[in-house]
Design a protein around this ligand. Sequence first.
Ligand code: PGA
Length: 240
Amino acid sequence: MVVKICKDYDAMSRVAANIFAAQIITKPGSVLGFATGSTPEGTYKELVKMYKEGLISFKGVTSFNLDEYVGITRSNDQSYYYFMHHHLFDHVDINESNVNIPNTGGNLQDECMDYERRIKAAGGIDLQIVGIGNNGHIGFNEPCDNFVENTNVVELQQRTIEANARFFDSIEDVPTKAVTMGIGTIMRAKKVVLVASGEGKADIIRDIVKGKITPMAPASVLRFHNDVTVIVDRAAASML
Ligand code: PGA
């Protein structure tokens, strides 16, 4: 696990975007794993800028998102489908038929199995970006007794619901369930980038970089991956 400490959020975003740009330039047909949440927004902004400057193209890219809420439609502006189009896909030349975000509108178990099948058929994920929840989750893999291997349906923990309530009119509107890639799905990505910013993430960053490797802090498992870069700003690194 390599930890890069950047001076602020913008610098963190540029470093993460540069890793994505390098991946796309060296392999235009890359399979990229994307994440939602506030943290990667700046990374996507940088990628859109690089695309507009003609530095990168998403024409050959296939994407897989980490997760999606259950119980809201794709057209809802809180869906992760909406988020990804709003922040990235609508502004670059990615082929919509190569965009994969868990479809939570039908049979969830079938979708979980099919999502794994689609990732495998695409040749696996070359580069996956993840944010981190203040409880250590990656994707929506919440702290629990064991690492869940494959894409699965999860009940969101109260701490996650409270953290995500800031995006909704009221906490009652926050979905309580989601479909998420499993820890195994994320660990099978060839390269992983974890981004975190702000003081609120300092203790969990310390725990996952220096603490025990345990499913109670799911991101800690990334220390077993051989190509992980943790990109943090100074505030998130303040307890390292
Ligand atoms: P955030 O979410 O980037 O909005 O802090 C991270 C996460 O919950 O994975």
